[in-house]
Write a protein that binds this ligand. Structure first.
Ligand code: B12
Length: 304
């Protein structure tokens, strides 16, 4: 409950948006404190806060700011006399300069980027889960997640900031992939998915596990940093048909790790870390999640 009203700074902290964003929403859309007492700082009431929460959620889901403002004002109407004229502004400007660049990616990617900047896990999760449900894992990875991950990576590389955003986004993506229903009663997994030794970038193999699940296949997901001895031990125990080993950077792409996989019908070295020249010719090198999925499916019984 908000008794005495909140300052713009307090509201900004609660919602995870910049004070400048709040001011611009107030100026452009009238989404601000109703009572503006002369010579006093503006205080936000509980109703103001509710409207702003709707605004954050909708822009986080990719809705243009002017449209989201109209919806927020409709959910919690303001007194007619105080109602502002809502103006349309060019899309993609909300969030000010404090944004993650997503290139030409669609409104959902911009919404996810904004939600990530606000550390708004609920919105991030609903945007990702909805797109997986509607368009599938491969589309979601290529059109939504990759652009935002790359944007966070670029911003971090340039400034050293946004570690917390990167971690929370990664965690939320992992959770969404893990929530893709694994096929019940499907045959035991014939595919092993792992990251190379000391490799922490596990999202790509998690994406592949979710994409395989969508197509009715279980896989064994070993995740990040799998030492070669552990990998060789699992392969010796289970004799999988396919092993996919992910390396994001050359530092983790020692080709010797693949020697323990001899006898596996299909070995896939995936990720930008691997150098084709250093790999035996029998090792497959997909160029995308979709290619990796097709490659693996070709080796699994009953796949099509
Ligand atoms: C999230 C992230 C992390 C998370 C990972 C969380 C997780 N569970 O995965 C955490 C915080 C752990 C992390 C750690 C580090 N990270 Co990091 N990270 C990222 C980030 C933002 C996204 C990674 C990702 O998933 N990319 C997926 C897509 C977006 O990458 P892609 O290269 O375009 O992949 C394409 C191809 O490989 C191709 N493809 C080909 N075959 C296949 C097969 C499959 C199955 C798939 C899916 C795709 C595919 O399609 C892909 C696109 O789909 C990137 C930024 C970026 N641009 O990638 C940095 C980035 C990869 N990280 C980087 C670094 C430096 C690190 C650290 C060393 C930082 C540090 N100082 O500690 C550590 C340590 C890493 C280690 N030893 O493994 C650098 C790597 C630079 C380099 N080439 O050496 C990057 C590029 C950031 C940057 N711009 O500097 N990171």
């Amino acid at each position: 409950m908000v008794e005495d009203g909140l300052s713009a700074g307090e509201v900004a902290r609660r919602l995870g948006v910049a004070v400048t964003t709040l001011r611009s929403w107030h100026r452009r859309y009238g989404l601000g404190p109703d009572q503006h007492e002369a010579r006093h700082h503006r205080r936000y009431t509980g109703e103001d806060l509710s409207r702003l929460e709707v605004m954050c959620r909708l822009t986080g889901e990719g809705m243009p700011a002017a449209e989201a403002a109209r919806a927020a004002l409709a959910v919690h109407p303001v007194e007619a006399a105080q109602r502002p004229v809502v103006v349309s502004i060019p899309a993609g400007r909300a969030g000010g300069g404090n944004t993650i660049p997503v290139g030409g990616a669609g409104p959902e990617a911009r919404g996810l980027a904004r939600a990530a900047m606000r550390l708004d896990v609920a919105t991030m999760s609903s945007v990702i889960t909805r797109m997986i449900g509607e368009r599938g894992v491969v589309h979601t990875w290529d059109q939504l997640l990759r652009p935002v991950l790359a944007g966070v990576g670029d911003r971090h590389a340039a400034s050293g900031a946004l570690v917390e955003v990167e971690h929370l986004l990664s965690r939320t993506i992992s959770d969404a992939f893990a929530a893709v229903r694994r096929p019940a009663g499907a045959p035991a997994p014939r595919t092993l998915l792992a990251c190379a030794d000391e490799e922490q970038h596990s999202l790509p193999v998690e994406a592949l596990a979710a994409a395989l699940a969508e197509r009715g296949h279980r896989s064994l997901l070993l995740g990040a940093r799998v030492p070669p001895r552990a990998l060789a031990a699992v392969v010796a125990r289970l004799g999988p048909t396919v092993v996919v080993l992910w390396s994001q950077a050359p530092a983790t792409a020692g080709a010797a790790q693949l020697s323990g996989l001899r006898g596996t019908p299909l070995v896939v070295a995936a990720g930008p870390g691997w150098q084709r020249d250093s790999l035996p010719p029998s090792v497959a090198r997909p160029g995308s999640l979709g290619e990796a999925l097709d490659l693996v499916l070709r080796w699994l019984p009953g796949a099509g």
